[in-house]
Design a protein around this ligand. Structure first.
Ligand code: HEM
Length: 123
């Protein structure tokens, strides 16, 4: 594994470790208020990143495209904006980051659709 595929799987595993540490902290404190933010960090940060990473590994032609690098950058940005945004929304200190992160999430999904559709014949 190399390039964008490796970036996705590596950063995804970092998000997983942070998410698991967060889960352990919630369990230890018995304070589950931020569980939705923990869930999104693990599901988008680890599960989606892993799917993206293994897709790019399986379809190297897709990973060579410039849009794949942009896809990785925007996906990383979406996680680091969305997760604190959910924390802020739960704590009622503002919803702007959560909204911005959500829109970025949609864009990341659309970019993946574009990558998949435009590389279907080379796979
Ligand atoms: C060390 C590993 C983990 C620990 C200790 C942990 C712990 C927790 C705890 C304490 C909750 C709150 C439960 C409640 O509200 O009663 C929770 C919720 C959740 N966790 Fe984890 N978790 C871990 C890993 C993961 C992973 C790997 C994923 C996904 C890939 C995940 C996804 C979720 C989801 C979706 C929720 C529900 C969020 C919600 O209620 O809105 N967790 N977890």
């Amino acid at each position: 594994m190399r390039g964008v595929a490796l970036w996705f799987v590596t950063l995804g595993t970092v998000f997983l470790l942070i998410g698991m540490g967060w889960g352990i902290k919630m369990s230890a404190s018995q304070d589950f208020t931020l569980a939705p933010a923990h869930g999104h960090l693990n599901l988008i940060g680890f599960v989606l990143f892993s799917i993206f990473g293994f897709y790019y590994h399986t379809v190297p032609a897709a990973a060579e495209k410039m849009v794949a690098k942009l896809h990785f950058a925007l996906a990383a940005l979406a996680v680091v904006i969305m997760v604190p945004g959910i924390v802020m929304a739960i704590n009622q200190t503002g919803e702007t980051l959560a909204k911005l992160g959500s829109v970025l999430g949609i864009i990341v999904g659309l970019m993946f659709l574009y990558v998949v559709v435009t590389t279907r014949e080379t796979a």
